[in-house]
Write a protein that binds this ligand. Sequence first.
Ligand SMILES: [Zn+2]
Length: 481
Amino acid sequence: MRKIILVAILVGLFTTLVYPQTTFSDETKKYIEYNDSVTVFKNALLIDGKGNDAKPHQSVIISNGKIKWIGEDATLQLPKGAKLIDLNGKALMPGLVMLHEHMYISAHDIGTRYLHLKQLPFTFPRLYLAAGATTIRTCGSIEPYSDLRIKKDIDLGLLPGPSMELTAPYIQGKSSNFPQMKENKTPEEAAAFVNYWADQGFTSFKAYMGVDKPILKAAIDAAHKRKLKITGHLDIVTYREAALLGMDNLEHGFIASTDFVPGKKEDEHPAAGVAIKSLGNLNISSDSVQQFIQYVIDKKVGITSSLAVFEGYTTTQPRPDQEALNAMSPDTRDYYLQRFVTVKSTASHLDWNKAFANAAKMEKMFYEMGGLLTVGTDPTGAGGTLAGYGNWRAIELLVEADGFTPLQGIKIATQNGSVALGFDKSIGTIEVGKSADLLVIDGDPSKNISDIRKLLYVFKNGVGYNSKKLFDSVKGKVGFN
Ligand SMILES: [Zn+2]
């Protein structure tokens, strides 16, 4: 009897279900390069994830999945039997904590009635891990039982992939263009929806476009009653309104904000394209923008940047890197390259250029005024924003578009993500006692952010995966058919 009570108490303490790690499957083992009881990194350029300057000649001892010791090389006492990894000329930084991820890819305009969404349970988890994302929060599910299963199989060591914080199926309003999404006609229905998915094991929620204030309020209250967080990609509800209702986070930086749409009526959908136009025309140094950002910060709403996906709507986007194109299946690559050309020559996308630039500047203002800025990929960019490669692009854009220093960009992609998830005691920075989620990089991303692409090994819970082998395993396979 006592044992049952104890188990019940323990289960109650953990909002996130943790599966005990047993052994790794043969499939997972193919990608594991290091799995020792004690591992010592020596001669590392240490980037701690807190925004501090990179420190040369550092040693780190990890054991049982945790960081045990950090110090100068000169003071290192090598534990007996430890695996020594000399990182001369290499950097060690925390694993990425990426907050707007999905297990699916999307295609637009392919002659079907609906937006084409395709779950990728095989390729996406390993792409995330390959790029150094040791923790991801999915941000809206289209195949919820598949998401639950992927998380379970990764946690059990059956599949290589990141630790996953799972967001339930999208919370929709009265109508949805997505056949995968349930339409919630009443606040009561929305609350029941939240409770149902929380019962299935989802620990995070996302309200989506089409949700009005009464539905949103019901969803927020239901999630908070269960001590779970809720984020949103909204359009009917403005950021100010959402902040007042108690939203924890908002996605897509300020690009999804409808606060500046002229004549916007409460609980009414703005006309297509108007929000982007109004954002592009905004004078971001005006008092009203300052006050708006301050309001969001005062209400303790976090913001997730997702510039990598929106870059695909501008006419200024560079060609995606060849590695990402190589990862795509032939049909997806053709489709994406075709769309890339179309967007560049479509006049209406000029509105996106201005909106993108303003939204980027607003993200920096938000951060500098004290807001909690995080970053994610949103791999829905018409085939172009892949998991993994897109993670890197999203972080590069924090530097290229927003104007952050590389160290700030890294902090946003590591420590800030952990804070937003409430996991900052266990992940997000290189500190004694935290999970040994560490990236070995053959370069210096504190100077050149694109050096995050020179990733050699990804340590997750102290186990080192070979990044290249993971990438190679999906080459030519990532696609929507
Ligand atoms: Zn998304």
